[in-house]
Design a protein around this ligand. Structure first.
Ligand SMILES: Cc1cc2nc3c(=O)[nH]c(=O)nc-3n(C[C@H](O)[C@H](O)[C@H](O)COP(=O)(O)OP(=O)(O)OC[C@H]3O[C@@H](n4cnc5c(N)ncnc54)[C@H](O)[C@@H]3O)c2cc1C
Length: 394
């Protein structure tokens, strides 16, 4: 094989199917926009808010649940809607662009519910999934630890078998929304790793956050948000039927869910409020440089969106676009991280004035939020490693 052949094969490993949203999804978009307009008019939230105080709103989540927009793709018998991932895509996209307060249900809807569907026992699915779809149940993800983040296989929080269950001791960190969560899906060490396989020995558990022996302390990030926590386990008892999947073999359970986590519209729309505000503050300017700059940003965003919709369509078709999902997350992160500097640059000619106040506050916030984008949901270096491996380059 020549070098040229190798390159052609490597590029062939990336495949973004040309997916378009169906007409049903576009009709749903109108419905979601009308719902959000009513919520904004009623004062539930302000899409241009400058602080993140209102990300968590139980009343809002319950109303979203009542519309059937949580667990949309899940089976009806668990409260789901049996709709397509493309329908779900539209709902996620509209909520994100509107900066809607989805904090209570977002993680459960995207990740934890699908995990329970796949690995939970029937009684657990019957008890918890309908509560998630009603917008009444908040989940957090307990993977990272003080000594293991990117390298999850180094997790040391241990779960030891006892009568009726498992005793858990150790510490999880950077756990988003642990202080509000009803449940965690935690990754704990149930056996030592083996010489043959360093991934061996980890198990996933459903953890009721009210269990005695669990202490949650909130951590402030550099923008002042208090959204994530340290969670200390001290001999906390987890019942046996809360094991999710096979004991010691959690590594085999990493599936297409990672592609869902990485490729959704939230991965490039988290700071989209800044682009909308940039367009508003520039108004009817005829400054060619600004117009050209905004045009570039919008074209790049459009491309990211096409790629992200494509991944959603491939997931709907039963494919596992892990490589493509990683590319969307990596490019989405880069785009969002350059956005504050571009926005500052493109508005440099504008006079400071009252009309800029919201823009300036959002710009400040987006600047402080930008560094974390590289870390959450898989660091840039780790994602590029996955992409390189997928391309056969390492
Ligand atoms: C806003 C936010 C929310 C989060 N929410 C959660 C949550 O809900 N639950 C949870 O479990 N975790 C959460 N995390 C934690 C996050 O998943 C970890 O911080 C992340 O996995 C990185 O781990 P680490 O901090 O230990 O850094 P490390 O893994 O020590 O990485 C440090 C640096 O080294 C680089 N690096 C590490 N390994 C390699 C390698 N093999 N090759 C090349 N470079 C490498 C990394 O890219 C990074 O730049 C959150 C983080 C943030 C910022």
């Amino acid at each position: 094989m020549t070098a040229g052949d190798a390159t052609a094969g490597a590029i062939g490993a990336i495949q973004f199917d040309p997916v378009r949203l169906p007409a049903s999804a576009q009709a749903l978009r109108r419905e979601v926009r009308a719902f959000l307009a009513d919520e904004i008019a009623a004062g539930t939230f302000d899409p241009r808010r400058t602080v993140t105080s209102a990300v968590f709103d139980p009343g809002f989540s319950r109303r979203v649940g009542a519309r059937g927009w949580i667990g949309m793709t899940w089976p009806r018998r668990y409260g789901g809607g049996e709709r397509s991932f493309l329908d779900r895509y539209v709902v996620t996209e509209e909520f994100r662009v509107a900066n809607a307060p989805v904090g209570l249900h977002f993680t459960a809807d995207r990740q934890s519910g699908p995990m329970l569907l796949r690995y939970g026992s029937e009684p657990i699915k019957d008890a918890i999934l309908p509560r998630i779809t009603r917008g009444e149940c908040c989940f957090c993800i307990g993977m990272s630890e003080p000594g293991s983040g990117s390298d999850l296989f180094a997790a040391a929080t241990r779960a030891v078998r006892c009568d009726g269950g498992w005793r858990v001791t150790g510490t999880k960190v950077w756990t988003t929304a642990a202080h509000r969560a009803d449940y965690m899906i935690g990754l704990f060490r149930t056996s030592p790793r083996t010489a043959a396989d360093r991934r061996h020995g980890l198990t996933q558990f459903l953890v009721d956050m009210r269990t005695p022996g669990i202490a949650v302390s909130t951590i402030s990030d550099m923008s002042g948000r208090r959204e994530f926590d340290e969670v200390a386990f001290d001999d906390a008892l987890i019942p046996d039927d809360h094991v999710l999947g096979a004991v010691d073999l959690a590594w085999q359970q990493a599936t297409s869910e990672l592609a869902y986590e990485r490729s959704g519209p939230e991965r490039f729309l988290e700071t989209s409020y800044l682009l909308l505000e940039l367009v508003r503050v520039l108004g009817a300017t005829d400054d060619r440089r600004s117009l050209e700059g905004v045009g570039r940003l919008v074209a790049q965003l459009h491309t990211l969106r096409r790629m992200s919709v494509s991944v959603a369509g491939m997931l709907e078709a039963g494919k596992e676009p892990v490589l493509e999902g990683s590319i969307v997350k990596d490019l989405g992160t880069s785009w969002q991280q350059t956005l504050p500097a571009r926005a500052r640059d493109l508005t440099a000619f504008l006079e400071p004035g009252a009309d800029r106040a919201v823009f300036d506050a959002l710009l400040d916030y987006a600047t402080l939020a930008a560094p974390k984008l590289t870390i959450q949901g898989g660091t840039t270096e780790i994602l590029r490693g996955i992409i390189a491996r997928g391309l056969g380059l390492r």
